[in-house]
Design a protein around this ligand. Structure first.
Ligand SMILES: [Zn+2]
Length: 332
């Protein structure tokens, strides 16, 4: 406000002279209503700035300047138009203070506003750490290869990862002996079985007329006659196979009367040898009655099975211990 005043003061001096003439010329003017608009166009040339000046020049000027109310009441005479004064540029204070309080530009050092992301001078990025981080190696492999938005497909990828981990754990579990046994056991239960005949049968001893071959001939009324406890029957197989179970028929016959006439084993050891030489030994407790008895084994890569008689019922008189039939079942 202070600066305009000294400049406006020189503009006013030429105005007072016309101020005096209007007074005498006033009488003819009143009827001229159309003249009233004239002061209006003049006024825009001297916008608000003269206002502060007016108080400095007392009573003489107000009528001349012709404010709306004054112009309407006071008569106005002919006035030579004043030389138009060019409007002075108005200096306004800057609204937003570009006080640079942010970090200086890493490229040119120009301070920038805190909120800026790029330098206002050289346009270099002010926060280089906003650059996306390099992808981890697994993001370069197929299902995860695409560079996607942060949350896009995250659930799917997570599920795939969990499945992969579970699959790896399961595969690793199968490499453990216990895991392998469980897996094969399940397969035994789910799969079918078939009888497999041994390629060779030998016995540590046999009663006359009751050879070892009689135990695997498929007939339960012909039996292997073991001379004494401790005798063994050995069956060998040409190709290793998964031995799921063994079916035993003890005694001389399926008929109860004939069954009781001959000694029959009640306890035995089942010794299974696999292709790599591992020996699995299993103790069998057998029922002293005719019919088949099933023994579950579940051993892989079996090449030979040996049955050793440990206890028997009905012994006496030197008669042989009867083993009617031994059947082997493989997984199909
Ligand atoms: Zn910069």
């Amino acid at each position: 406000m202070v600066p305009p005043r000294p400049t406006a003061a020189p503009a006013t001096p030429p105005v007072p002279p016309p101020a005096s003439p209007p007074a005498p010329a006033a009488p003819p003017r009143p009827p001229a209503a159309p003249e009233a608009p004239r002061p209006a166009p003049v006024r825009p040339q001297h916008p608000p700035h003269p206002a502060p000046v007016r108080p400095a020049a007392p009573a003489a000027r107000p009528p001349v300047r012709g404010e709306d109310p004054a112009g309407a009441e006071e008569p106005i005479g002919a006035v030579q138009p004043a030389k138009p004064v060019a409007r002075r540029p108005v200096v306004r204070p800057v609204e937003a203070d570009e006080a640079a309080e942010g970090p200086p530009c890493p490229a040119c050092g120009t301070p920038n506003l805190p909120g800026r992301r790029f330098c206002r001078r050289c346009a270099a990025p002010l926060r280089p750490e906003e650059r996306p981080a390099p992808l981890p190696w697994w993001r370069t492999v197929w299902p995860f290869r695409r560079r996607v938005r942060v949350r896009s497909g995250r659930a799917l990828r997570r599920v795939l990862m969990v499945l992969a981990v579970v699959g790896l754990l399961f595969a690793g579990f199968l490499f453990l002996p216990a895991g392998r046994v469980l897996f094969e056991d399940v397969r035994d239960k789910l799969g079918g079985t078939a009888e497999i005949s041994p390629t060779g049968v030998t016995a540590s001893g046999a009663a006359p007329g009751h050879p070892a071959r009689a135990a695997v001939d498929g007939l339960t009324n012909k039996y292997w006659g073991a001379p004494a406890l401790g005798a063994s029957l050995t069956c060998t197989f040409g190709t290793p196979f998964r031995l799921v179970g063994v079916v035993l028929h003890t005694g001389a016959s399926k008929e109860p009367e004939e069954f009781r006439q001959e000694p029959r084993p009640t306890r035995a050891d089942l010794i299974v040898t696999t292709a790599d030489g591992t020996v699995h030994e299993q103790e069998l407790t057998l029922n002293d009655k005719p019919g088949q008895q099933t023994v579950r084994t579940g051993i892989s890569d079996v090449v030979s099975v040996r049955l050793v008689l440990r206890e028997a019922a009905g012994q006496g008189g030197g008669r042989p211990i009867a083993v009617g039939e031994v059947e082997f079942f493989k997984r199909t």
